[in-house]
Design a protein around this ligand. Structure first.
Ligand SMILES: Cc1cc2nc3c(=O)[nH]c(=O)nc-3n(C[C@H](O)[C@H](O)[C@H](O)COP(=O)(O)OP(=O)(O)OC[C@H]3O[C@@H](n4cnc5c(N)ncnc54)[C@H](O)[C@@H]3O)c2cc1C
Length: 382
C-alpha cells in the first residue's frame, strides 16, 4: 500500500498549482461578479491535459491516467469550482465523442472541442426528468435525411453560450421505438431557443434552458447507434462523478487553508482564535473530512486505472466528498465570523458553490441508491 504521490505527480501538481495561482486566481472574483467564464483560459489549461487529457494521444488527448487526472480536478476545484464544472461537461462530451463518433464527426466536433475553438454543452436533464434519465421526453422523429426534434432541456451547463451540443433524445424510426439516442447539434445548422437561468451557485459557468420546436438535425449527426444513448450517457456520468468528487476535495482544501490562516491571525479576547479549543475543533473536523474525501477520491481514481467501471468507488467518493465539502465550507464560514459571508471574500462563494456538488451527475440520494445496489445486489430505484 502506498499513499504517496510519485515524483511525476508531485511535479504535475506543483506546475498546475503555479499556473492556477498566476493565471486563474486573479480572474475569479471579477468573473463571478460578471457571471461570465474566462474562456481565454481554456487553451492554456489544455497544456496540462484539462481538455480531453484522458483520451489516447492518437485521438488528440494525453493518454492520462485517472490518478493524474484526479490531481487536475482537485486543483481546478481549489481555485474555481465554476471552472471545474465547465471542464467536467467538456470532458464528458470529449469522451462521448471519442467512443462513439464517426471519423467525419471527430473532425467536425471533437477536433474543435480539443482545440478550444468551439463551446459545447451536453443536454440530458429536462423540466420533468432529472434523476430518471431513462424517462426523458424530448423526441427525435426520423424524417429520412434528418430528425425532427421537439422538447426542452433544463440546467444545461454552458447551454446558452454554446456553439454545439450533445442532445439526448427519445428516437422514433423504423429500427427504434423510443430508445434513447445522442444527437450532435450545431447552432449554425439547427435552430433552437436558449435562455440562461439564474442560479445560486456556479455563477460564472451558468446554466440554461434549451427549447427545440420542430428543430432539424441532419441524420449524419447521430452519435453512436439509435437506442444506445442511455448506456453511453450513464458511463460518462460515472467518470464525471470522480471529477465532481475531486473538485469538491479541492474546494474543501481551499476553505480549510483560508480558515487555518485566519485562525492563526484573528485575535479576540487578547489571543488568536486558533488558540481556543472550540475553534480548533472546527479546524480538526474540517481536516478530517477533507482528508477522508481525498482518500476516497484517490481510491476511485485508482480503481478506474485498474480498468473496471469502479461504479461503487466513484459513487462513494462523489457522495462523501460533495457533502463533506459543503460541511467544511460551512465550518470555514463559522471560523471567519462576519467576514465569512462577505461577498468580497472567497468563503461565501465556496459555501454556495460546494452546495451545487450534491445535485449533478446523480444527486446524493441517487448515489446512495447506486451504492446500495452495488452492495446488496438489489435495486431500490423503483
Ligand atoms: C451545477 C450543475 C450543473 C448541471 N449541468 C448539467 C448539464 O450540463 N447537463 C444536464 O443535462 N444537466 C445538468 N444539471 C442537472 C442535473 O443533472 C439535475 O439537476 C440532476 O440530475 C437532478 O435532477 P432534477 O433537478 O430534475 O431533480 P429530481 O430528479 O427531480 O430530484 C428531486 C429530488 O428527488 C430526489 N429523488 C429523485 N429520485 C429519487 C429516488 N428514486 N429515490 C430517492 N430520491 C429521489 C433527488 O435526489 C432530489 O433530492 C446540472 C445541475 C447542476 C446543479
Amino acid at each position: 500500500m502506498d499513499f504517496g504521490l510519485s515524483s511525476e505527480q508531485l511535479a504535475l501538481q506543483e506546475s498546475v498549482r503555479r499556473f492556477m495561482r498566476k493565471r486563474v486566481a486573479p480572474l475569479v472574483a471579477e468573473h463571478e461578479k460578471r457571471e461570465q467564464f474566462a474562456w481565454e483560459l481554456l487553451p492554456e489549461l489544455r497544456q496540462f491535459g484539462y481538455i480531453g487529457g484522458l483520451l489516447p494521444e492518437e485521438a488528440g488527448g494525453y493518454g492520462m491516467r485517472f490518478g493524474d487526472w484526479a490531481l487536475l480536478m482537485e486543483q481546478a476545484g481549489y481555485h474555481w469550482l465554476s471552472m471545474r464544472v465547465l471542464l467536467n461537461a467538456l470532458n464528458i462530451i470529449a469522451s462521448l465523442l471519442h467512443r462513439n463518433a464517426t471519423p467525419a464527426q471527430r473532425e467536425r466536433f471533437l477536433k474543435p472541442l480539443l482545440n478550444c475553438e468551439k463551446r459545447f454543452w451536453v443536454g440530458i436533464t429536462e423540466p420533468n426528468h432529472g434523476s430518471n434519465v431513462a424517462g426523458i421526453e424530448t423526441k427525435a422523429v426520423d424524417k429520412g435525411d434528418h430528425y425532427l426534434v421537439n422538447g426542452g432541456k433544463l440546467w444545461i451547463t454552458n447551454g446558452a453560450g454554446g456553439d454545439c451540443g450533445v442532445l439526448v433524445v427519445k428516437t422514433y424510426s423504423d429500427g427504434c421505438d423510443g430508445g434513447l439516442s445522442l444527437l450532435l447539434v450545431d447552432r449554425d445548422e439547427t435552430k433552437y431557443a436558449a435562455r440562461r437561468v439564474g442560479t445560486m451557485f456556479i455563477k460564472s459557468t451558468g446554466t440554461s434552458e434549451l427549447n427545440f420546436a420542430d428543430a432539424v438535425v441532419p441524420k449524419e449527426n447521430l452519435l453512436g447507434k439509435e437506442g444506445e444513448g442511455l448506456k453511453a450517457i450513464l458511463s460518462g456520468l460515472n467518470y464525471g462523478r470522480l471529477n465532481v468528487a475531486m473538485g469538491a476535495v479541492g474546494a474543501a482544501q481551499a476553505a480549510l487553508d483560508l480558515s487555518i490562516e485566519y485562525a492563526k491571525n484573528r485575535k479576540q479576547f487578547g489571543r488568536v482564535i486558533g488558540g481556543y479549543q472550540l475553534v480548533q475543533k472546527l479546524i480538526v473536523d474540517m481536516t478530517v473530512r477533507t482528508e477522508a474525501a481525498r482518500a476516497l477520491g484517490y481510491k476511485a481514481a485508482w480503481a478506474l486505472d485498474q480498468g473496471g467501471t469502479a461504479r461503487a468507488e466513484c459513487s462513494i467518493a462523489k457522495l462523501y466528498a460533495t457533502e463533506a465539502a459543503h460541511e467544511v465550507a460551512s465550518m470555514a464560514l463559522q471560523v471567519h465570523g462576519g467576514l465569512g459571508y462577505s461577498v468580497d471574500y472567497p468563503i461565501e462563494r465556496i459555501f454556495r458553490d460546494t452546495r451545487g456538488g450534491m445535485i449533478p451527475e446523480g444527486t446524493s440520494e441517487i448515489q446512495t441508491l447506486i451504492i446500495g445496489r452495488e452492495i446488496l445486489g438489489i435495486s431500490a430505484f423503483r
